[in-house]
Design a protein around this ligand. Structure first.
Ligand SMILES: [Zn+2]
Length: 274
């Protein structure tokens, strides 16, 4: 049997492929994603990261004025790669010798790990699906980037999942006032989540129970809609909340059906009350 590719080899190749212009938070999050996937027997390599405008223009020419297949619709400055905020990945065979481009469960699993680390995935895009693509825009739009603005990205790596207490109380959330008062510790608080079943219904189920679940998920980075108003914590159990539940379930060995029930409740509570 061929020898398994070393984790460090995957990391080294990926760092090289991401280029020096990659944002440091994007880079360290990508490395963490590779590590987590490796533990599950999934071999990920980053194929591309930062691209200069010139490199992007060359890529744009491919399939148009230069030979090859069209691979991008973005000219220099029009891709999030040009700002060091995006990466592309591929799966490798266990020996590291073959690139596997099939978008299967393993591929989607990598995307889920990436999303839990703060990336948005091109496979979730509505119009043009870009399955290898992951990005961190920090709430910025491409036109803001083009205008010279840059996001402040926050790494999710330095936070331990169990170390972050969640807000349980307010159903009606008032905009948080920023004061200089230090936050009181809530580490001894027990977080009890709602009992019963929550799932996507017609019309949508709404209320404080849904909101509590959304807040719990968001506190461990399974945002219903990262970047949306209040990260999508709106008290409605819609498809995005179901997706967050499903991602959480998948990460924790539960059936990823997107339905909040006793097992999901127990798992969430065990993490939040640590
Ligand atoms: Zn890309």
């Amino acid at each position: 049997m061929a020898e398994k590719i070393a984790l460090q080899t995957l990391i080294d190749r990926s760092i090289r492929n991401m280029g020096a212009g990659i944002h440091s938070v994007v880079k360290e999050s990508a490395i963490e994603m590779i590590k987590q996937a490796y533990k599950e027997g999934i071999y990920v390599q980053i194929t591309s990261g930062y691209r200069s405008f010139a490199e992007q223009n060359k890529l744009y020419a491919q399939g148009r004025t230069a030979p090859g297949k069209i691979v991008t619709n973005a000219k220099g400055g029009q891709s999030n790669h040009n700002y060091g905020l995006a990466i592309d990945y591929v799966l490798l065979s266990a020996d590291g010798k073959k690139a596997l481009w099939t978008v299967n469960e393993k591929w989607r699993r990598v995307a889920q790990i990436g999303k839990s680390l703060g990336f948005s995935w091109g496979g979730d895009w509505k119009s043009f699906k870009d399955y290898p693509h992951l990005e961190m825009m920090g709430g910025m739009t491409l036109s803001q980037l083009q205008a010279g603005k840059r996001p402040v990205l926050v790494s999710l790596l330095s936070n331990k999942v169990s170390a972050k207490p969640i807000k349980t109380t307010p159903v009606k959330s008032s905009p948080s006032k920023s004061t200089s008062k230090p936050k009181t510790s809530t580490s001894k608080k027990t977080n009890n989540l709602p009992a019963g079943i929550l799932k996507v219904t017609k019309p949508l189920t709404k209320g404080s129970a849904v909101k509590a679940v959304q807040q719990a998920l968001a506190s461990i980075y399974f945002y219903p809609d990262k970047g949306a108003i209040n990260n999508g914590i709106d008290g409605y159990y819609g498809p995005k909340t179901a997706n967050a539940v499903s991602r959480f379930q998948m990460m924790h060995g539960l059936t990823p059906d997107g339905i909040y029930g006793p097992k999901t409740k127990a798992k969430l509570e065990s993490l939040l009350n640590k």
